[in-house]
Design a protein around this ligand. Structure first.
Ligand code: SF4
Ligand code: SF4
Length: 92
């Protein structure tokens, strides 16, 4: 029978050891979502579907926290009005 491994014996890179607030998990994004506010009706569907809670509401409009957006494109796919477009990082 295989000996169980204690978590303290795992290599340090094998476990996140800081709060995610201390990481900018959007650093490795290749595509970034851009909101076209002329189409957006603030329906908040993108907020509901974003797996990283990177879409926020400031009381007037939704906006994207690029520190944490990983560029998955789910918001673009779910926006019923086509108000979100994924563009290459650094391209616009
Ligand atoms: S889903 Fe589209 S229309 Fe709705 S808040 Fe998000 S960007 Fe705006
Ligand atoms: S691209 Fe993905 S992570 Fe970024 S705001 Fe849209 S749903 Fe959230």
């Amino acid at each position: 029978m295989e000996e169980s491994r204690e978590w303290k014996k795992l290599p340090i890179a094998g476990l996140p050891y800081k709060l995610s607030l201390e990481y900018r998990t959007g650093d490795w994004r290749a595509l970034r979502p851009v909101i076209d506010y002329s189409k957006c009706t603030s329906c908040m569907l993108c907020w509901l579907f974003c797996p990283d809670m990177a879409i926020l509401w400031d009381g007037k409009k939704v906006w994207i926290n690029y520190d944490y957006c990983k560029g998955c494109g789910i918001c673009e796919h779910e926006c019923p009005l086509g108000a979100i477009r994924m563009v290459p990082e650094g391209g616009e």
